[in-house]
Every structure is written in C-alpha cells, then in structure tokens.
Design a binder for this molecule. Structure first.
Ligand code: GAP
Length: 456
C-alpha cells in the first residue's frame, strides 16, 4: 500500500514539491513546487485549459483578479457563512476542525450540523484533543476562511478587500462584461484557472488541502426552460470523469462519485456530486459538480444593482441564466496523478512513477555511456539536440547507467536512450522502456518516429 509519506518523500527527494518556507522552519499548509512538480502541474493545467476551453465552441476563458472588493464576498455569502467550525484545546492551545475531530473518532459525516450539535457530539462522545489528548475543549466556534487584505498606503484610508476564496465569483461578476464584449450565446460556459486562498486548518495531508491552492472552475450558463439540467449535469459528469481517466490516465477503480444528501448540499443547489479519488488517506473530493441554479447571479444583481440578465437574441426573452459548476483543485489533480503512478517494482528493486507520457516531465533521457570519450559525448549531444526539438529531453552523464535508469524511473521518464561505442559504428542507440525495462536498438534517424509511435 502506498502511503502519503512515500509520495511526499519522493516529491521532496526528486523535486516535485517541498514544504513552504522550509529554511525558516516551514509555514503550515503551504507548499512550493520544485522543477519537476512545476512541469507536471503546468502540463495538467494546459490539458485542462485545452480540453475544457480551447477545444470547445461553447466555452470561453477568463483570468480575473485575485484581490477583489469586499462587496463581492458579501454578495456571494462568503463573508457571512464561509466558515469552518473549530475547537480549541484549553491545555495545549491546538486548534482542530470540529468535523475532522468527529469524523476521525466516530467515522460519521457531520456536514450541515450546527455549532451546538457539533459541540454536543464532541462532549457526548468524550472526544479528546488529537495533539495532547486533553479533554478540556472549547465549544465549536465559527472561523471565517477568507483572507482580508487592506489596500491603500495609509492605514486610515485602507479599503478592505479579500483574497478570493474561489475563482468562481470572478466569473459571475464579469458575466455582463463577457456578454457585452463577445458573441457568446446560451448555453455557454466560462472557465478560469488560478489561485484561491482559504485560511484553513488542515490535517497535514500534504498538497491535498492548503491555504493557497489553484482551482480550475467552470460556470456553464443555460436557460432552464429550454435545457434539461439533468442531461447537462450528466454530460459534465462524463466530461470530468473522461478527463481524469483518459487524459490523465487514472485507474478507474480509484474513482467514485458521491452525491451530497440534503444536509450536506448548499441550500441553493438542486444537485451536487463529488468525484472522489482514493488517496492514501481514503476516498476524498477531487472535483465538485453542482447545479447552483441562478443563485449567484441573483445575489450579485441584488447587491450591485446591475442588470445581469440575458436576452435571448431570437425570442427576446429576458431572464437570469442558471448554472452548472464543475470545480476542481489543480493541486489535488497533481497529488492524484503522483499517487496513481507510484509503483514499487519489488522484483527489480526500483521505484517507478508510471506517469502517462503526456504528463511525464521528461519524455526521454539521453545518456552518453561514458563521459570521457569525446566522440560518444558529441554524438549523444547531437541525439539530445534533435530529440529535444520534439520531446522534452533530459541529459544525464553522471554515475553508471544503472543509477541513471533508477533516477529516471523515479521521475517517470518513459524512455532512456544510451549512446555507446557501437553507436559510432552503426549509428544505432539503445532505447530502454521505463515500465518493461526492455531494451531495443533503434537507428538514430528513426528515433523520433519510434518514440512518437510508442506515445500513441
Ligand atoms: N466554487 C465552488 C468551490 O470552490 P469547493 O468544493 O470549495 O467549491 C472546489 O472547491 C475544488 O477546489 C474542490 O473540489 C477541491 O478540489 C479544491 N479545493 C478546495 N479547497 C481546497 C484547499 N484548501 N486546498 C486544495 N484544494 C482545495
């Protein structure tokens, strides 16, 4: 069984991600992506953008501001109710989320329960502080998750704004701008990808839940009188499942769809499901899909006084569109991809990241067999230069070939290409496959074609 420690240790060892502010003792719940993690994350983001925005004629993109007016978050309801229930330990002063405390101890879901109900469950079941085991806990209290920021040079004139708690609101507040400046017509969606911020207490699940994270969110607007929302909902569910299984190459057995019951679902949503992935700490939300009705646009109409309705260009009917929202955390996609790819090949004493070749940070690695033979190194450089025009290619001349293979296996490079003494005579190289470890001699002038064919 792969553990989270296996993944975080590989991530640190090979440069996928590191704890944030590490040299200063770390900053809780923040992470920095290293060279390979930055590459993997960018590939995932590019695929999301390509598949959900650029390949569709009913979608447009947006890149709205991270800092937004406090009025946006008052209208959306985040200022009043975007909060977690927290419990403080009076002995060690550790703070824990009440739902996590109960979930871990009793294995029950408590979404939708009031602060009084949560407090009662904790007291009735004599749940202890997870840090020190103390029993003197405060009642559950509500803590808002939004990060306030103050704009302006002088504190007295500072204006309260917030770092966005989700990318979605940027789409709603730009709905009229998009209608006025483009030729979109219903049904259509707006997608955006970027950082969101939530002042969360987490359970130390690495990049799964962090205070700064990236989201890819889509608001798909439609006329509820002419579109069947259940059909659209299913189409989106299939689209996001298809992306995870076929585009990212995730094992379907590690996925499940869980529908929110009435208690868990937001009051304005008619249906919400979570696509969950089986992380090392169990099935957890990867991608949320919610039918949010016309709630958000109506809230902004009410608070801004602006007309955010849509007029059908053919029937001239004027109405506020409804919306279906597929929302995913990019960091959760990265963690899922790493967990799914992690494989300990015990027979061959190696750890392999079986990443899909479209995601692997490097498609190929080129090795000169020895580094002190100018002819071999020159030939290997030429092979590298040529391959690197088409595929991201790594160059490695350090250590013996066995060690170089082990390193490339751990970072998921599908092909290793070795240039040896025979290459100087027959213009052929040895290509070694990451998963099967099989080796084949391939002519240099056919190498590009060979790798392209394997990637199909
Ligand atoms: N606009 C709806 C919305 O934001 P959400 O379920 O709160 O819904 C959507 O967030 C997705 O963002 C989640 O499914 C999850 O993948 C990701 N996400 C939420 N909070 C996160 C956090 N603290 N760290 C990392 N990812 C997070």
């Amino acid at each position: 069984m792969t553990t989270l420690a296996d993944i975080t240790s590989l991530a640190k060892r090979r440069g996928f991600f590191y704890a944030g502010s590490d040299i200063y003792g770390g900053l809780a719940n923040t992470w920095d992506y290293g060279p390979l993690g930055a590459s993997l994350k960018k590939k995932i983001k590019d695929l999301w953008w390509d598949r959900f925005i650029e390949r569709r004629d009913d979608m447009v993109g947006l890149d709205s501001s991270v800092i937004s007016s406090s009025k946006v978050w008052e209208a959306s309801g985040h200022v009043a109710s975007f909060a977690d229930a927290m419990v403080d330990c009076k002995t060690c002063h550790g703070r824990t989320r009440a739902d996590h405390l109960i979930e871990d101890k009793l294995d029950i879901k408590v979404e939708g329960k009031s602060l009084t109900e949560l407090t009662a469950i904790i007291k009735d079941n004599k749940i202890k502080c997870p840090t020190c085991g103390g029993t003197d806990l405060t009642d559950a209290r509500s803590f808002n998750l939004l990060f306030p920021v103050h704009l302006g040079i002088l504190a007295e004139t500072a204006d309260l704004a917030y770092l966005r708690g989700e990318t979605a609101q940027g789409i709603f507040i730009n709905f009229k701008n998009i209608l006025d400046s483009s030729r979109v017509k219903l049904p259509f969606g707006v997608g955006q990808m970027g950082k969101s911020f939530r002042n969360e207490i987490t359970k130390g699940q690495s990049i799964f839940r962090t205070v700064e994270f990236e989201q890819g969110e889509i608001e798909y607007f439609f006329n509820p009188k002419t579109e069947n929302w259940e059909k659209l909902f299913d189409q989106w569910l299939n689209a996001i499942k298809g992306f995870v299984i076929h585009t990212l190459g995730i094992n379907e057995e590690n996925l499940r769809v869980r529908e929110h019951d009435d208690q868990e679902r937001s009051f304005y949503s008619k249906k919400t499901v979570d696509l969950e992935y089986n992380y090392p700490f169990g099935f957890k939300e990867l991608w949320g899909l919610a039918y949010r009705t016309d709630y958000d646009l109506n809230q902004h109409i009410k608070h801004s006084g602006k007309d955010l309705s849509y007029t059908d260009p053919y029937t001239l009917e004027k109405f506020v569109p409804h919306v279906i929202e597929p929302a995913v955390g990019i960091d959760r996609l990265v963690l899922m991809v790493l967990c799914d790819a992690y494989w300990v090949d015990e027979a061959n004493h190696r750890t392999v990241l079986k990443l899909s070749p479209t995601l692997a940070p490097y498609t190929a690695a080129v090795f000169p067999l020895v580094k002190n033979n100018d002819s071999i190194v020159t030939r290997a450089r030429a092979v590298f230069d040529d391959l690197n025009k088409t595929f991201r290619t790594a160059w490695d001349e350090r250590g013996n070939i066995g060690k170089r293979y082990l390193y490339q296996d751990e970072i998921g490079t599908p092909f290793c290409v070795t240039i040896d003494h025979d290459t100087l005579v027959d213009s052929m190289v040895t290509v070694r496959d990451r998963d099967t470890m099989q080796q084949e001699r391939v002519a240099i002038d056919k190498l590009n074609e060979y790798i392209s064919a394997k990637l199909k």
